[in-house]
Design a protein around this ligand. Structure first.
Ligand code: BGC
Length: 742
């Protein structure tokens, strides 16, 4: 209700110069910032609030537009450059800014460093499946180091959008469907990008958490579409990773393209001012997404560019990305008295603050030199880390015993469009070059030098074109084992790549059918940017390894996992549905009044089972773990108490392996209905064959808290709670306790 109230109050106040500037809290650079602000013309101030595209962007290039950009920089008309080009472009542009502009204010150089810069790590959704925050931090630290060496100072990432809809292509950029895990992964990424000690370490880059907010909830999974959810969902699902990012000290927040409560977020004053700035305490830079200020007109929320400008500024959006509405309208808005210039000063103050914190005034080039770029990027150490993180991100979804591949496998056929493809980096792969990537075929040759390996690069992603069937059958018949290298091409995920179907596209299923007809054992090596509907494969192939878009070292990593050099330990962070018609399908749903049952009038489908193909948290290993003895050290607690849950996990298989032990909690009765379970903790442990370990989780009242529209606040209610521990969200041991309010 609070947001509705804010919208109402904002309506009374009017979206005009009645809005007060957002005060910056005092800090060490105040005097310098004030002194610069005093010298600045309005044009120069607005320049700082403009982020334009650089030479590296296809829309600019080297021609006339690049020359215009230089003039703009010299005139002080721009404060940051997105996709600046290479390190030489960065150095040259920065020189124009600091040596030839009137006030010599250094530029930010921005880029989307999403899963690596030159050395490409697995896509973020894959990394999240490792549940390994230390590894995620390290991967982003390497990405930051490489980016900083090329002059990047301000990143457009990480993405913290929680999404329950695999049709949305951007799920590949996030951490899946759970707010708790997503919060931890978002913090790990920020720590990697920004380091631990402020922004002044030149080997780090400034992070920008995006997209504020609710972008993962776009209807039908269609990109840029409307999002429609209530305040419970906002606060219990979408907001936590952003809160976590701010707690971690993220320097910037990017608004999203969608509406929330029918208001586009870039102009959502209650969400931006009251929630983001005031309640969450965010004091850094708010940046619009690409061209989204002008899109307020297409949304039907602003009549013209001037109104759109005023709306975004009123929401404290400090930097306009790509479009020039601020440049073209601020002067007139101030002259007409519709806009208070103090709002501009506050925005520019926040921008300058970050430029000081980054040390740009002292050293505008920070860590950037061509030598650094050459010596650091794609180094042996970075490639090794890329390989290890890929191994630790792949999810084993099925295994009837064909994996790991023993030495007796002498003839291997790799069939499918990914058989020898280097196009395995995925979208948003910054400066990653597919020519540096290791294909599956090359990885297999490296790992199995004694084996006879054939490859057939066949299959179509986009149409059901005819296949050379005899060739496929022959290759399969000659092999001891077939690797089906199938999946989605990278163009099918990330931005503007929503899908209405979730199958492995084109004629690829025909390849699998042909291989099956030979009776040869087969392993699906699945390349994908999102959960896919693969029920046929679950029934018809012998093993499935989901490798996502594994990055530069993908082929080596896959081969090592197939060989058992690395025992898979990842678990899904997004549910795999059986059919696209089940979407949205997620583990932390509410119970209905008629939970699925055999009776006719219950909440279920009549044509397919209700549950997912693979639930959240699911993933196999080459060993087996058993769970026993879940115990709570007390039966009830009061608000200030803690309760300890202990469980024994045993490796009952034959090889050493890592297990992600998951803790879920259910609040049985609430003043609003509560999810059937919510992830509240996890531990990743390594056990030798036969070894067991007793683990304990401490549960306190904070973990039981949620936001309720009835109380209009975050509350912890008395009552019965279930504590569940298990290997995934569907298979858990359970105990209950009671929370008593004294
Ligand atoms: C995306 C952002 C990205 C920006 C700049 C936009 O279209 O939504 O996530 O940071 O482009 O590349």
């Amino acid at each position: 209700m609070r947001i509705f109230l804010w919208i109402f109050l904002a309506g009374i106040a009017g979206f005009s110069c009645n809005t007060q500037p957002q005060q910056r809290s005092s800090g060490p650079y105040d005097e310098q910032i004030d002194s610069i602000l005093q010298k600045m013309t309005l044009y120069e101030k607005v320049g700082q609030m403009y982020q334009c595209l650089g030479r590296g962007h296809a829309r600019v290039g080297d021609g006339e537009k690049a020359r215009d950009l230089i003039e703009l920089v010299k005139a002080g008309g721009v404060g940051s450059i997105l996709v600046p080009g290479d390190v030489h472009d960065v150095e040259e542009m920065q020189r124009f800014a600091v040596e030839e502009s009137r006030l010599g204010i250094p530029l930010f150089f921005n880029y989307d460093v999403i899963h690596g810069f030159k050395t490409i790590f697995p896509m973020p959704l894959a990394l999240s499946c490792s549940w390994d925050t230390a590894m995620v931090r390290r991967a982003h630290q390497i990405a930051a180091l490489e980016a900083a060496s090329a002059g990047i100072s301000y990143n457009h990432g990480p993405m913290a959008d929680v999404s329950r809809d695999p049709r949305w292509g951007r799920v590949m950029e996030g951490n899946g469907e759970d707010p708790f895990l997503s919060s931890l992964m978002t913090q790990a990424a920020i720590r990697g990008f920004q380091g631990n000690s402020g922004l002044d370490d030149p080997q780090t880059i400034m992070a920008c958490v995006k997209h504020f907010i609710g972008y993962g909830a776009v209807e039908g999974g269609r990109d840029y579409n409307t999002a429609d959810f209530g305040e419970e969902t906002l606060r219990n699902i979408h907001l936590p990773p952003f809160q976590a990012a701010i707690d971690e000290g993220v320097a910037s927040v990017m608004t999203s393209f969608n509406v929330v409560e029918s208001v586009p977020t870039v102009a959502h004053e209650p969400l931006l001012r009251a929630v983001l700035r005031k309640e969450l305490g965010f004091e850094g830079i708010v940046i619009s997404d690409f061209g989204s200020v002008g899109e307020l007109i297409k949304h039907g929320y602003a009549t013209n560019a001037s109104e759109a400008t005023n709306q975004a500024l009123t929401g404290t959006v400090d930097i306009e990305m790509q479009s020039r509405n601020y440049h073209e309208n601020i002067q007139q808005l101030i002259d007409s008295g519709e806009l208070d210039e103090r709002i501009i000063d506050e925005a520019v103050g926040r921008i300058l603050q970050k430029k000081f914190e980054l040390g740009l005034f002292e050293n505008p080039y920070r860590f950037a030199t061509a030598e650094q770029t050459d010596s650091l990027t794609l180094s042996e150490t970075h490639r090794k880390m890329a390989r290890e993180s890929a191994e630790r991100s792949m999810v084993l979804l099925k295994n009837n015993g064909v994996l790991p591949m023993g030495n007796s496998v002498k003839n291997i056929a790799i069939i499918g469009p990914f058989a020898d493809s280097k196009d395995i980096l995925g979208r948003w792969s910054a400066k990653g070059d597919t020519s540096d990537a290791i294909s599956l075929y090359t990885g297999m040759k490296n790992q199995f030098p004694g084996a006879h390996i054939t490859k057939l690069n066949v299959g179509d992603f986009w149409k059901e074109s005819p296949l050379k069937e005899a060739e496929i059958i022959k290759a399969a018949k000659n092999a001891d084992l077939v690797l089906l290298a199938l999946g989605e091409p990278k163009e099918m995920s990330a931005e503007a790549a929503s899908r209405a179907t979730l199958d492995i596209p084109g004629n690829q299923i025909r390849i699998a059918e042909l291989v099956k007809s030979t009776g040869k054992p087969s392993v699906l090596v699945l390349f994908n940017g999102r959960p896919l509907t693969i029920s046929w494969y679950q029934e018809n192939v012998d093993a499935i390894l989901d490798v996502w878009f594994p990055g530069t070292e993908g082929g080596n990593a896959i081969a090592r996992v197939l060989a058992g050099e690395y025992n898979p330990s990842s678990k899904l962070t997004m549910t795999f549905p059986r059919h696209v018609g089940q979407v949205p399908l997620y583990y932390n749903h509410y119970s209905t009044g008629r939970p699925a049952a055999s009776s006719q009038y219950s909440s279920k489908y009549i044509d397919i089972p209700n549950g997912p193909l693979y639930p959240f948290g699911f993933g196999l290993s080459y060993t087996t773990f058993s769970y026993s003895n879940l115990k709570l050290n007390r039966e009830n607690i009061t608000l200030g108490d803690r309760i300890e849950a202990s469980v024994t996990v045993t490796n009952i298989g034959n090889v050493e392996g890592e297990e992600i032990v998951q803790l879920y909690i259910r609040d049985h009765v609430g003043e609003i209905v509560r999810p059937v379970k919510e992830l509240k903790g996890f531990r990743k442990i390594l056990l030798k064959p036969g070894e067991d370990q007793q683990l304990s989780f401490v549960i306190d009242a904070k973990m039981l808290q949620y936001w309720s529209s009835v109380s209009d606040d975050y509350i912890t209610e008395s009552g019965i709670f279930s504590v569940m521990v298990g290997p995934n969200s569907a298979e858990v041991l359970s105990q209950t306790f009671e929370l008593i309010h004294e």
